[in-house]
Ligand binder design. Sequence first.
Ligand code: RIB
Length: 277
Amino acid sequence: MTGRVVVLGSLNVDLVTRVPRHPRPGETVLGEGLDRLAGGKGANQAVAAAAAGATVAMVGCVGDDAGGTAYRERLGTLGVDVGAVRVVPGVPSGHAMIQVSDDGENSIVVVPGANAQLDEREVAAVDDLGAGDVLLLQLEVPLRVVCVAARRAATRGARVVLNIAPYAALPPDVVALADPVVVNEHEMQALAESGARPGSVLVTFGGNGASWDGVTAPADVVDPADVVDTTGAGDAFCGTLAAALVRGEDREAALAAALSAGAEAVRRAGAQPHPYL
Ligand code: RIB
């Protein structure tokens, strides 16, 4: 029997508009449309892991608003266990303001809302992890909680997969527990400068594939004309990677599966399949 993927992280309502190009500081551009979509790096990764066939639980917080209610229901429908998604009274759910340009590139501002309320209650949800399970983490929730969760999961024998995004410096002992740390090229640079030494490092290069401590894999070829929206492509990669790891796949196979999911993600609008909330 394969293990579980537990994702501790953010759930956001993504407010998305299309722009002809991204505004420069001080500039105004007109957007087209305003969509309300499911997002947040944590929940995006949980949905991707479930879509890849894993048994998945989400650990996080939403507000007691319409967005939070709809999001919990949505994850449940997609097969993600939401028993550890806490509803925080009187606090709005996390939101992200996202602009997507014609070439599919995005710019994002995250307003954490309820995601900032994660505390030791959420950490308790990782206590029943063990060997064969994966704890999947990103950095859109309080770093203190991420650190405690990583240490507890590792103590119990679970594998810790740490997507250091958005980049923040973490204690070296936490980085050392991660196998792998998943970073893009920019995050890799910052990680190298921090001096921390991960258990292993997986670097993604967008359309140029990925490398995991010397094991490299090419990306699926996507015609630039088919790139609709790059939002969440890295999350699809991480969630699919975690699912492959609990199945026991080796690095090469796990990379191939994750890269395919990332390529598929850029061909559709939004950070998740059928993302409307
Ligand atoms: O990685 C993409 C995600 O980043 C979006 O869904 C947005 O919510 C932000 O968290």
